[in-house]
Design a protein around this ligand. Structure first.
Ligand code: 1CP
Length: 354
């Protein structure tokens, strides 16, 4: 396989020198791009798109054709894992994800199994292989998974939730059952991520979207602990290069010190923390990825530039920063504003790497 033409994303995650700060956007392939909407229509539905390696590859590369991004992220979803564990996933139009068989009882947890990444989840590995081939070394490919806790919120609720009534009910009333559910899910995620590395993923990201919904103590016991368990079981090298791991807990800003000890190479930050303060708190332990409020992209290109400038200044001199949004790009954002964002990061960051 061809060598990497642009490796500043991998270098920044390992705090090696870079010429400019690398940048990518969470959810960079998605509904804000008209070409994505066209491909999804062609595929039939969102899950059909995920299950078609050629089309998943096409939408993965679409944002790279528009913007000089420094990384590609596998087009898939975190919910492929619970789907493969037997829960039956569908996306009802305009309603978000729904599991036909949510996990509510001890008997439900007993039925869960660790799926074979090259069996039930082969379509994801085929997508990784196809994307790696098509990227041809342009930029590194990020593989990903949800955290066990975040996956558990969907598995127990049966879909998206605001109050987490069932999943928190289980956590508080039946902590041993919750641990059993999280443990089997952590095993599934470990195998899934390692298979993505075998298939060609060059960096990994764990999305803990709902870790911030927990109390500080429960975050450590029910979310962070399982992410640390996963990271300890990951292959950390491929093609003679390190495979860096980014851990992102949305709403985790209060817990950065504990997160920095979980074994990840980098922490993803949402917009509620000052990145300079975060850097001082984690010291040299980890790199940082983030953290512009995605809503800044609704403002003018001039305002976007100012925000980028302020975040670069807050992080300061040297490597160890991957620029990103603090959460996924919204569907109503004008793609030209995303272009202004990416350009601003590259133009304004060179001075911090001299
Ligand atoms: O086309 C559509 O209508 C579907 C919208 C969509 C997209 C584009 C969903 C449904 N998933 C995705 C792709 C996706 N999801 C990617 C790859 C694309 C990229 O980043 O370029 C990734 C990394 C995810 C991860 C994901 N899915 C997360 C974690 C990250 C985050 O945003 O917090 C979560 C929580 C999901 C669940 C999910 N997938 C989709 C929906 C509607 C939801 C539920 C979200 C919720 O509960 O609020």
């Amino acid at each position: 396989m061809a060598g990497l033409k642009n490796d500043r994303f991998l270098r920044a995650l390992l705090k090696q020198p870079v010429d400019v700060t690398p940048v990518w956007m969470m959810r960079q392939a998605g509904r804000y791009l008209p070409e994505y909407r066209a491909t999804r229509t062609k595929a039939g539905s969102f899950m059909d798109l995920c299950k078609n390696p050629e089309l998943a590859c096409e939408v993965t590369i679409q944002p790279l054709e528009r913007f000089p991004l420094d990384a590609a992220i596998l087009f898939s979803d975190i919910l492929t894992v619970p789907d493969a564990m037997g829960l039956g996933l569908r996306f009802a139009e305009g309603e978000g994800p729904i599991f036909d068989r949510p996990v509510r009882t001890a008997a439900d947890v007993d039925k869960l199994f660790v799926p074979d990444p090259e069996g039930e989840l082969r379509y994801v590995m085929d997508a990784v292989r196809t994307i790696r081939r098509e990227l041809d070394g342009r930029v590194p490919l990020i593989g990903f998974s949800g955290s066990p806790w975040t996956l558990a919120t969907y598995m127990v609720e049966g879909g998206s939730s605001k109050e987490f009534a069932h999943v928190k009910g289980m956590l508080y009333d039946q902590p041993a059952l919750m641990h059993k559910l999280l443990d089997v899910t952590a095993q599934a995620v470990t195998q899934y991520l390692n298979a993505q590395v075998d298939a060609g993923a060059q960096a990994l990201m764990i999305f803990d979207t709902w870790g911030g919904a927990l109390t500080p103590r429960d975050y450590q016991e029910f979310s962070l602990r399982y992410m640390a368990q996963i990271i300890a079981g990951l292959k950390r090298e491929a093609d003679g290069r390190k495979v860096p791991v980014v851990m992102f807990t949305k709403g985790g800003g209060l817990w950065l010190e504990a997160m920095a000890d979980a074994g990840a190479d980098a922490l993803g930050l949402d917009w509620t923390v000052d990145i300079g303060a975060a850097r001082r708190r984690v010291g040299s332990k980890v790199a940082l990825q983030g953290n512009m409020d995605p809503c800044v992209l609704y403002a003018s290109p001039e305002r976007i530039r100012t925000e980028v400038k302020d975040i670069l200044a807050a992080y300061g001199q040297g490597s160890g920063h991957v620029f990103n949004l603090g959460h996924g790009i919204h569907q109503h954002v004008n793609p030209e504003h995303a272009a202004a964002f990416v350009e601003a990061v590259h133009q304004l960051s060179a001075t911090y790497h001299q």
